[in-house]
Design a binder for this molecule. Structure first.
Ligand SMILES: [Fe+2]
Length: 477
C-alpha cells in the first residue's frame, strides 16, 4: 500500500519516496535556489519588482530578522516548557490540537513554504512529516485527519524538538545568506511564518486550557492568580460618528492578506461600550432566564443551546449559588468584575439582545479604536486570564486590545478588492470566508506585537474555547 506521503508531486514540494534517507542536519548547508520566479501579478512578484536587484538585504536587516526568528521560535518552546510530555500528546476535541502537534506543525510551515521552496536539493527532515503536520493546505498534499491528531504518539516529543532544531538551523542559515538580498519575498514568507507561529502560541494556550478542563484533577498551567477585589467601572459609551471612514490595513508594515485593501465604509453612527461585559452582568442575564427565553436567540443559537444543554459560559462551574471558573491557573472563584469569557457568538448575540443593545460591526469596532494604542492585558504578562476593567482613564482600561477577543456582528468575508497571497499560502485566510464571524482586539493569550487595529480573527458561531468576550454597541441617541 502506498502511504499518502510516499510520492508528493505537488509543485514546490520535494519528490520523496518511502525509504529515502532523512537529511542529516549536520551535513546540510543552505543552497539558495536560483530559479525562483514570482508569479506574474502576485504580491510576492510586486514586492520583488519594487525592491529588486539593487536592494540587497543589509546585514543589519538580516541580523534583525534572525534575532526575531530565534526569539519567536523560542517563545513557543517556552510556552510548552511548563508542560509534561503527557500533556503535549492528548487532544481534547477535534478543534483543539495537542501541543506536540503545534510544535511540529509550525516547523512544517517553515519547511514547506521556505526551505522546500528556496533551498535547492532540500530534503525533508522526515518523509512522513509533510503528511502528519499539514493542517489544511490542499495545495501541499494529503494530510492526517485533524480529529485524530491526538493519536500520534510518534514522533515523540523529543523527535519533534529535533525537527524544530533542524528547521531552525536551516532557516537561520538561509536568512544569513547574503544572496537573500535579491529575494525580499523570502523575508515576506518568513514573516508570515513568524506571525503564524504566534497564532499557534495562542492556540497552544487555549487548547491546553480545554484539555486540562476535561480532567477532574483540574491541572494548573500557571501559578495561582490574585483575587480580584475591585469593582468593574460603570459601563460607558463611546461615540462612533456618522460618515465615511476607512478601515483595513495600509502601509508597509506586515498584515495578512485578509486585512487588505484599506477601503471606505459608510457608518450611520453608533455608540460602542467602553469596556467588556463583566461576569456579574452575564450572571444577571442567566438569572433573568437568558438561556430559557427563545425570543433572545437566533434560531441557530437556540438549537445549539438545546442540543448542548448550555446554561452558562464554557468554563463556569456550579450554579447561581456559587459559580467557580476554570482558568489556566486552575479552578478559581468567579469574580464579578472580571469580563465574562469563553462565550460563543450566539451567546454574545443573545446577551446583547437581552441588554437592549447589539454587537458592533467590525467596521464600527475598528473606527472606534483604530487610533488607540495597542495596549492591554496580553500574553506578554503571562497572566493568561482577563482582568477587570477599572476606573482608570487609560487605554488599557477600555479593553479594546487584549483581555478577550470581541465578537462582532460581521460575517467573515473579503474586503472589496481582496487578493489572497500567491500560491498555496493563499489558502491561509481566504478559503475560510464562509459561515464564520469576525473577532477583534486580541486576548490575554495573544502576543501584543501580533496585534494591530486591522487584525481580523474569525471563528464559527458556536465556538467558545478561545478567549472570547462581549462588547456592546447601540444606535446613537
Ligand atoms: Fe497553522
Amino acid at each position: 500500500m502506498l502511504f499518502p506521503w510516499t510520492c508528493q508531486t505537488e509543485i514546490g514540494l520535494p519528490r520523496l519516496c518511502r525509504g529515502e534517507s532523512v537529511a542529516n542536519p549536520q551535513t546540510m548547508s543552505p543552497n539558495v535556489k536560483s530559479d525562483f520566479v514570482p508569479q506574474p501579478g502576485s504580491e510576492l512578484a510586486s514586492e520583488s519588482d519594487s525592491a529588486c536587484d539593487d536592494t540587497r538585504l543589509s546585514p543589519r536587516l538580516s541580523s534583525r530578522l534572525s534575532t526575531r526568528f530565534a526569539r519567536i521560535r523560542n517563545d513557543t518552546e517556552n510556552l510548552c516548557a511548563r508542560l509534561d510530555p503527557e500533556d503535549c500528546v492528548a487532544q481534547s476535541m477535534p478543534d483543539a490540537s495537542p501541543a506536540k502537534w503545534h510544535l511540529a506543525h509550525t516547523a512544517w510551515f517553515f519547511e514547506t513554504f521556505v526551505l522546500n521552496k528556496y533551498l535547492s536539493n532540500y530534503t525533508a527532515f522526515h518523509p512522513a512529516y509533510g503528511y502528519l503536520f499539514n493542517s489544511y493546505y490542499n495545495g501541499a498534499g494529503e494530510r492526517h485527519q485533524r480529529s485524530a491528531r491526538g493519536h500520534l504518539t510518534r514522533p515523540t516529543l523529543a523527535e519533534v524538538h529535533d525537527y524544530r532544531r533542524h528547521v531552525d538551523d536551516q532557516l537561520q542559515a538561509l536568512i544569513g545568506d547574503d544572496r537573500l538580498g535579491k529575494r525580499p519575498e523570502i523575508e515576506r514568507v518568513v514573516e508570515i511564518g513568524l506571525q503564524h507561529e504566534q497564532q499557534h502560541q495562542e492556540l497552544i494556550l487555549t487548547d491546553i486550557k480545554h484539555l486540562f478542563a476535561q480532567n477532574v484533577i483540574l491541572p494548573a498551567y500557571r501559578s495561582a492568580l490574585p483575587s480580584c477585589a475591585e469593582s468593574a467601572a460603570p459601563l460607558g459609551w463611546v461615540d462612533v460618528p456618522e460618515g465615511v471612514h476607512s478601515i483595513g490595513h495600509a502601509g508597509e508594515a506586515f498584515s495578512y492578506d485578509n486585512e487588505r485593501p484599506r477601503h471606505r465604509v459608510f457608518l450611520e453612527g453608533c455608540q460602542i461600550a467602553d469596556r467588556l461585559i463583566s461576569n456579574s452582568e452575564y450572571r444577571e442575564f442567566i438569572a433573568a432566564g437568558g438561556y430559557r427565553r427563545p425570543e433572545l436567540w437566533l434560531d441557530a443559537g437556540w438549537t445549539t443551546i438545546q442540543r448542548e444543554g448550555w446554561q452558562k459560559p464554557l468554563y463556569w462551574r456550579g450554579g447561581p449559588d456559587g459559580y467557580t471558573e476554570f482558568t489556566l491557573a486552575g479552578e478559581r472563584e468567579l469574580f464579578d468584575a472580571e469580563p465574562v469569557s469563553h462565550v460563543s457568538f450566539i451567546e454574545a448575540d443573545a446577551f446583547a439582545r437581552w441588554a437592549g443593545a447589539r454587537l458592533p460591526t467590525e467596521a464600527e469596532w475598528e473606527v472606534a479604536c483604530g487610533a488607540r494604542a495597542v495596549e492591554g492585558n496580553f500574553a506578554d504578562s503571562q497572566r493568561f486570564h482577563p482582568t477587570a476593567a477599572n476606573a482608570r482613564d487609560d487605554e488599557a482600561s477600555r479593553q479594546f486590545y487584549g483581555d478577550l477577543w470581541e465578537w462582532t456582528s460581521s460575517s467573515y468575508s473579503a474586503y472589496p478588492g481582496y487578493r489572497p497571497d500567491a500560491g498555496t499560502l493563499g489558502e491561509y485566510n481566504g478559503k475560510f470566508m464562509c459561515d464564520q464571524w469576525v473577532l477583534r482586539g486580541g486576548s490575554c493569550a495573544s502576543t501584543r506585537e501580533h496585534l494591530r487595529p486591522s487584525y481580523r480573527n474569525f471563528f464559527h458561531a458556536p465556538d467558545r474555547w478561545q478567549f472570547t468576550g462581549i462588547r456592546l454597541a447601540k444606535e446613537s441617541p
